[in-house]
Write a protein that binds this ligand. Structure first.
Ligand code: NAD
Length: 456
């Protein structure tokens, strides 16, 4: 690999030469990316299995398919988004035209995590390329098989001075963060997000931070319990709970606690079998360190369901933990694994208070058939995004911006918001020379009187 400063210099030169300017050439390269992902589908699926034991269905649904769909969505609309946009002018500007010119930032750094190693690397890349930037992409060191496929795929589609993969751990990230990038897009933990923002601040580089946190899942007494159980099990145990927007803890109305957990147990059996930890299609924990961290959480409560583990493959069965206290370690940090602590509540006020006492979560889910409860939750709690009567699905639509708020992140992307994130909006007033109002000049006699009339 070339040295990091020389990669960044080559990207700056590629950008400065205007190679990313034409919309047609951006569309061509996105089309090529799409074809190449399709050509690599079997390799990607195998790599995702090697790194995380993702099943073929999970690999396609949550990684390959979603990225292909994002490219199709962007390609269909890019010409419209990239056009200069004429906007109104106020009375003070009569005779002039106001235009917003979408302009790429230049050279972008994308840092990706390991849990959806293809999707979370390529999805921001698509937005950055569509907006006309070059990209240095740093995948996570924890998913080497996917990184190897990404490296080959990227080299097949892009010249190295357009998109380059910088593989390695925090040392490489640290070196990258010292470079004069024009934009940094980071997906990962809150702790590293702070490191990234601090480094970016030194050079005043704008950032998007897609972070994590503890996302609550609320099940009210009037919920459709069968559907709730199915959708919570799906959202929590996909990728063995290693999903940034997975339900982190469950708040269930005390009247339906037993019914819900019994149904969840049945659904877990239906989805993953009676010994999920031995199921080859059930996700594994990414590393020994992450696995040991999760095992230690099992001591923080009583397993109503699950609790078994398979050390050979770092697998932990879907687990629901009862009798957990708020100050136990499992409630002090994002769980990011197949363990779901459960708390019973009596009134919705209790729920609102509990969620409010923590940093604003990335996601929130509420299961209810009562619109008043639904409104109370949405209007009283701040969170990145979420669902009513479902989990995860808000991330899988290109029509909704996806991102956090407060500790769960800064900025958003997907669909138009990806283009917008990687675009500077250059605002230009084109003034007329046919006439010139004197009232704004210091020499104007009645200028102030007139200005007071207009600006009020
Ligand atoms: P992480 O923060 O440990 O690592 C993310 C990336 O940052 C990796 O590429 C890593 O090599 C790099 N990195 C690590 N230390 C660094 C440092 N000191 N300086 C610069 N870069 C560094 O996160 P992770 O373990 O890969 O992913 C899990 C976290 O990511 C969870 O908190 C999860 O919620 C969050 N996440 C968020 C989203 C989202 O879209 N909001 C998506 C997936 C994961």
């Amino acid at each position: 690999m070339n040295s990091i400063p020389s990669i960044v210099r080559s990207h700056q030169a590629f950008f400065a030469a205007g190679h990313t300017k034409s919309i047609d050439s951006r569309l061509d390269v996105l089309k090529k990316l799409k074809h190449t992902i399709k050509a690599y589908e079997a390799d990607i699926t195998a790599a995702l299995y090697q790194d995380l034991h993702k099943s073929e269905q999970e690999a396609y649904t949550t990684e390959i398919g979603i990225v292909l769909e994002e490219i199709s969505f962007v390609m269909k609309r890019l010409k419209k988004w990239a056009k200069p946009k004429r906007v109104k002018t106020p009375l003070t500007h009569i005779g002039s035209k106001s235009v917003i010119f979408p302009e790429p930032y230049g050279t972008v750094l994308v840092i990706a995590p390991w849990n959806y190693p293809l999707q979370l690397a390529l999805s921001p890349l698509i937005g950055a390329i569509a907006a006309g930037n070059t990209v240095v992409l740093k995948p996570s060191e924890y998913t080497p098989a996917v990184s190897a496929v990404l490296s080959a795929l990227i080299r097949d589609v892009f010249p190295g001075d357009y998109v380059a993969l910088a593989e390695g751990g925090p040392d490489i990230s640290t070196a990258l963060l010292q470079q004069p990038f024009d934009y940094i897009f980071f997906t990962g933990s809150v702790a590293v997000g702070k490191v990234v923002m601090e480094a970016a601040a030194k050079q005043l580089i704008p950032v998007t931070l897609e972070l994590g946190g503890k996302s609550p899942c609320i099940v009210h007494k009037d919920a459709d319990i069968k559907l709730a159980a199915k959708r919570i099990v799906f959202g929590k145990f996909t990728n063995a709970g290693q999903t940034c927007i997975a339900p982190d803890y469950l708040l269930v109305h005390e009247d339906i606690k037993t019914e819900l957990t019994e149904e969840m147990k049945r659904v877990i059996g239906e989805f993953y079998g009676l010994q999920p930890e031995l199921n080859p299609s059930y996700g594994k924990i990414v590393s020994e360190r992450h696995y040991q961290r999760l095992l230690s959480f099992l001591k923080d409560g009583v397993a109503l369901i699950g609790g078994q583990a398979d050390h050979r493959h770092h697998k932990i069965a879907p687990t629901i933990l009862d009798q957990v206290t708020d100050d136990s370690p499992v409630m002090q940090e994002e769980i990011f694994g197949p363990i779901l602590p459960l708390f019973a509540y009596r009134g919705i006020d209790e729920v609102i208070e509990k969620v409010k006492s923590r940093p604003k979560p990335l996601a929130l889910y509420v299961f209810t058939t009562n619109q008043t409860i639904e409104r109370e939750i949405i209007e009283n709690l701040s969170f990145g995004g979420g669902c009513v009567n479902d989990t995860l699905m808000h991330v899988a639509t290109p029509y909704l911006p996806f991102g956090g708020v407060g500790e769960s992140g800064i900025g958003s992307y997907h669909g138009f918001d990806s283009f917008n994130t990687f675009t500077h909006k250059k605002s230009v007033v084109k003034q007329t020379n046919r006439f010139d109002f004197a009232f704004r000049y210091p020499s104007s006699k009645n200028g102030l009187r007139l200005i007071r009339k207009i600006l009020k």
